[in-house]
Design a binder for this molecule. Structure first.
Ligand code: IMP
Ligand code: MG
Length: 180
């Protein structure tokens, strides 16, 4: 396995917490007339972010679902073909739905995911991502809420992994060049 070292801390725990609070304020403001919201957390990367975000939501009735989006493509870039795995039936017809994602890169995952979820006829469907890499986009996808723009670097921590490692870091870091 490749051995990677942390090169640089891009965002501290305190900075992350401030960004999550700003996102929650925006969502709460937009949802001030809603009494219900269904949050769909995209595993595994968004688990840490979603757990912080949902605790700051002021909508009276928040339902939380988990899905896994598997994308078939090369190891480094996702493809246009995304399979959704859900742990329970996704009953979102007529609901206000917020998809919570860790990072939007090419945009393939979320453009496919939103297209598939729209077929279940939610009342509204919005996407909140913690991180966004707009310079890497090769689709038209634009998230409704994006916490922080990330330069064209591979980041880990706060739920994001490299080869399933580093998800537990409370900060966000850039990895150094690989050594075999
Ligand atoms: P997209 O379909 O290219 O937008 O890819 C989105 C998925 O790729 C995210 O949900 C992450 O799982 C993964 N990803 C993209 N960039 C990074 C990164 O910098 N660090 C960790 N995972 C990433
Ligand atoms: Mg993800």
């Amino acid at each position: 396995m490749k051995n990677m070292k942390i090169k640089e801390i891009l965002m501290t725990e305190e900075e992350i917490s401030g960004i999550v609070s700003c996102l929650a304020d925006r969502i709460n403001n937009d949802c001030k007339n809603c009494d219900k919201l269904t949050v769909i957390c995209v595993l595994k990367g968004a688990a840490v972010f979603a757990s912080d975000l949902i605790r700051k939501l002021s909508v009276p009735d928040v339902k939380v679902c988990f899905i896994k989006a598997e994308s078939y493509g090369s190891a480094v870039e996702s493809s246009g073909s995304v399979k959704i795995n859900s742990y329970e039936p996704l009953e979102i017809q007529g609901e206000d739905v917020l998809i919570v994602e860790d990072i939007v890169d090419t945009g393939h995952t979320l453009s496919q995911l939103t297209a598939q979820l729209k077929k279940l006829r939610p009342r509204s469907l919005k996407v909140c991502t913690m991180f966004d890499k707009p310079t890497r986009r090769c689709t038209e996808f634009v998230p409704d809420y994006a916490g922080a723009e990330i330069p064209n670097e591979f980041i880990v921590g706060y739920g994001l992994d490299f080869d399933e490692r580093y998800r537990n870091l409370p900060y966000v870091a850039v990895l150094d060049d690989c050594t075999e």
